[in-house]
Design a protein. Structure first.
Lengths: 459, 383
């Protein structure tokens, strides 16, 4: 019995085959993938976004005291825990996707984390950015897109990254107060509203107008983040005083002023808009299946989206079951992250050499950085580009080769390349590659060749 | 104008460089572009990240208000400065730049700014690099310039900086900190990649770049000087890119500015000197180096011997293709009433006007091409 389909299930959908996965998937690859559609579990002993925000507020307070000469302190020592938190978050996601038995769900987490890209730039965003996928995305990965969207857009990481926490409605009570009492005027910020329409839902050609952006921006004025110690609440805070009063008109529909929920109602409508269904389905298919996703696949996903009001589990099931998702020919070069995770999955290790967890997490993150995909380092709300040409550069390839070579050298366990070839790639392996691996000068070299073979690097 | 695609782009990196141990196949004949004569005009774009304090780099010695705002840091700098025209002086830790100024190969432009008027580093850098306002983080001015001219670019960086995003003609290179694999592994991979054109070409290209910059970079310093040296070598190579981008951090001097900036300037200056040496005089004579930062710093010193985020800063243009030796830009003055928001150096020109002027002269851009790079920008007149 041929195992081509099981190889596709574990590599194109999953993050690379582990142990006996090809065998497990062989009898019913689609059914096997169906069992992956459960929310990825993350280490809940790590701090949450509110803890991060508090930690940062403490740091700022000390830094300000230092600036005004009140008391000496060590800024670097203060920042170290925040930076460490960033590495812990990134490594938690990586190590769990490496050891997971539901690796397709981790690919989907990675996809949506990049779809709702936030960048770890600066003292606060570095540890805060990774909390978005942990708190807003992972729990909503297989529910309705509307819930996912609302969770993401009201999360402190997104509100701060796209400046909505300071956005004030031009006719809000706060704006009027500021006009009278202070010289400075602070205004509305359209960043988040623009990216919601352009990147998160309808897509740049989705058919919305500038007025729709402005109306949405007004509707979400007041969506902010509580200041530790100074305000009630933790995390999302609706500042009614900053909210633009009045009804809003978005895409031809009128939304009465219901305060905080005005924006949410609009988001829930956007989540089931045909343009959103189309755009996000297309992006998903492009990410998972091919840089040029088959049109019929995208059509069927969109139909299911509209039929189920954007139930992501249902839409992804269509993706799994569509015959065009299973073309034998390899479709995409693995991203740096997919490559790193799949190498670790294949060689059954997180880090063979570095015992210390701290070092380990830094090694994984630094490897991705060297390959050009630092976690939360896209530096753009659009996230990392999602087509192979964005990561197939020569320097990135050489980094993969040198890193893999070193990784293999550090493996303690003796791994036989020919056995591993069958458990990770089965019959996908072309006979030429087989021969070259078989003729390697050592087991180690054979293993490097396997992990760097076109068959392993593509999916 | 020939438009080359990504597949052709690899040729400039991959073609013709024979590394002794690497098989060179017959597929290296290179392509459609004719930009690669040794005297083709080259561009180096250096972004100083963290907001460089221009008032400490180009000192307005004639402006008595400088000492009023920042006596402690300005006085020693004024005493040691290297004189330029109109009463300006260059920081004495920039001797190479000053010698170029004297050779008429360096132009400082004072009181420039991007259109950005807030004070966040990241946004400021993004606007500077994008050259668009409102900002587009996925579309850089240098990338647009490459697309308009069919030239190629390289960032000395792990991933593509905003300046070079959006087109198809730019790649990245960064010294690998991971030890090299044995030559034999690359050889066998070449054999294996025979069935995979893309991987084959990429490997060839990568090893050729490694051949150009030399194995000395492996595991070694990633300091600006070493990166600048490699950049010079890459740029002057027969198949090198037309434009190269470098970044240097460490400019956010909120405290202890005097010693910190001295070190920063020295590192920058010696890097520039090394770059000129490594590219050689022939390339240098066809090169413009532009050195910019996202914004300036406060005119007044803060309580910790440093300065805070400000607005206008300066731009340096240098190189054999520059007709220099004169300070450019209008000086807005440092009297309180002349400051931007009563605290910062006021911008008197948009930095994009100067970049435009350089591009028009250096890469012979048409008005239409310039419009595709900086819509609505009038090039500066260099006086």
């Amino acid at each position: 019995m041929t195992n081509h389909l099981a190889v596709i299930a574990t590599n194109r959908f999953g993050m690379g085959a582990r142990d006996h996965e090809i065998k497990e998937a062989q009898s019913d690859p689609q059914g096997w993938l169906g069992t992956h559609l459960i929310s990825p579990a993350l280490d809940n002993s790590l701090p949450d976004s509110w803890a991060v925000i508090n930690q940062y507020a403490e740091f700022r307070a000390i830094k300000n005291a230092e600036k005004s000469g009140q008391k000496p302190g060590n800024q670097n020592a203060m920042m170290a825990p925040l930076r460490r938190t960033y590495f812990q978050f990134c490594s938690d996601t990586l190590t769990r996707s490496i050891s997971s038995e539901h690796s397709f769900s981790w690919r989907l987490l990675d996809f949506f984390s990049n779809h709702f890209s936030v960048s770890a730039q600066g003292g606060l965003m570095a540890p805060l950015a990774p909390t978005l996928e942990r708190e807003a995305i992972a729990p909503n990965l297989f529910g309705s897109f509307a819930d996912l969207l609302v969770a993401v857009e009201t999360h402190p990481a997104m509100l701060i990254y796209l400046d909505n926490e300071k956005s004030i409605g031009p006719d809000s009570r706060q704006a009027n107060y500021l006009k009278k009492k202070a010289k400075k005027t602070r205004g509305m910020n359209e960043n988040l509203a623009r990216e919601i329409l352009e990147l998160h839902t309808m897509g740049v050609n989705g058919g919305y107008q500038l007025e729709d952006i402005q109306e949405l921006a007004k509707a979400i004025t007041g969506w902010s983040v509580a200041r530790p110690e100074k305000e009630e609440g933790h995390g999302f805070l609706f500042r009614e005083r900053a909210h633009q009063p009045g009804q809003r008109n978005v895409l031809g529909k009128t939304y009465p002023d219901t305060g905080a929920s005005q924006g949410e109602t609009i988001l829930r409508d956007l989540a089931v808009h045909p343009a959103t269904a189309r755009y996000v389905s297309w992006k998903l298919a492009r990410h998972i299946i091919s840089d040029q996703p088959p049109a019929d696949l995208v059509d069927k996903m969109q139909e299911q989206w509209l039929k189920t009001s954007g139930n992501l589990k249902e839409v992804i099931t269509v993706l799994i079951q569509h015959p065009q998702s299973w073309q034998i020919e390899q479709q995409k070069l693995k991203t740096p992250r997919e490559f790193l995770v799949s190498v670790c999955r294949a060689t059954d290790g997180v880090s063979p050499r570095k015992k210390n967890r701290e070092q380990q997490s830094r090694m994984l993150v630094n490897t991705l950085t060297a390959m050009g995909h630092k976690p939360f380092g896209a530096g753009s709300p659009a996230g990392y580009a999602d087509i192979s040409s964005a990561w197939d550069g020569s320097d990135a390839l050489l980094t993969r080769i040198d890193w893999t070579n070193r990784w293999v050298e550090s493996l303690k366990k003796r791994v036989d390349p020919l056995t591993l070839m069958d458990t990770t790639l089965g019959e996908q392996m072309a006979s030429d590659s087989r021969t070259i691996i078989g003729r390697a000068e050592s087991r180690q070299q054979g293993l490097s060749l396997l992990l760097l073979s076109p068959e392993f690097m593509r999916r | 104008m020939t438009k080359i695609n990504r597949r052709d782009l690899i040729k400039w990196l991959g073609a013709g460089v024979v590394c002794s141990q690497i098989p060179v196949t017959g597929s290296l004949a290179f392509g459609s572009t004719s930009n690669h004569q040794s005297n083709s005009p080259k561009l180096v774009w250096i972004v100083l990240r963290g907001a460089m304090d221009s008032l400490h780099a180009v000192l307005p010695a004639f402006d008595g208000n400088l000492l009023v705002h920042r006596r402690l840091i300005a006085e020693p700098a004024l005493e040691a400065m290297l004189p330029m025209d109109q009463g300006f002086g260059l920081n004495n830790n920039l001797p190479t730049l000053h010698s170029w100024y004297q050779q008429k190969q360096m132009v400082p432009v004072v009181a420039v700014a991007s259109p950005y008027r807030q004070r966040s580093h990241f946004e400021g850098q993004d606007v500077l690099e994008s050259g668009l306002f409102p900002l587009n983080q996925d579309n850089g001015w240098l990338s647009r310039a490459l697309e308009a001219t069919g030239k190629t670019g390289l960032a000395v960086s792990h991933s593509l900086p905003v300046s070079l995003r959006g087109g198809q003609l730019a790649g990245t290179w960064y010294p690998n900190t991971i030890p090299f694999a044995k030559e034999d592994l690359y050889q066998r991979l070449f054999q294996m990649y025979k069935q995979d054109d893309l991987l084959h070409d990429r490997l060839e290209e990568a090893l050729n770049v490694r051949g150009i910059v030399g194995n000395s970079m492996n595991g070694n310093s990633r300091k600006f000087k070493a990166l600048a040296e490699a950049a010079g070598t890459l740029l002057s190579h027969q198949e090198g890119p037309d434009a190269i981008m470098l970044e240097m951090g460490g400019w956010d001097t909120h405290d202890n500015q005097l010693p910190r900036l001295s070190r920063q300037f020295q590192e920058l200056d010696s890097g520039l000197q090394t770059m000129r040496t490594s590219m050689g005089e022939q390339t240098w004579n066809n090169t413009i180096v532009m050195i910019a930062t996202e914004f300036g710093r406060t005119v007044a010193m803060n309580g910790t011997g440093g300065t805070d985020h400000g607005t206008a800063s300066c731009l340096f243009m240098a190189g054999g293709a520059v007709n220099g030796g004169k300070v450019q830009g209008n000086w807005p003055g440092l009297a309180k009433k002349d400051l931007y928001e009563e605290r910062d150096l006021r911008p008197t020109s948009d930095i994009r006007q100067w970049i435009s002027a350089a591009l028009i002269q250096h890469w012979q851009l048409s008005t239409a091409q310039l419009k595709s790079i900086f819509p609505d920008i009038t090039p500066a007149r260099i006086v």
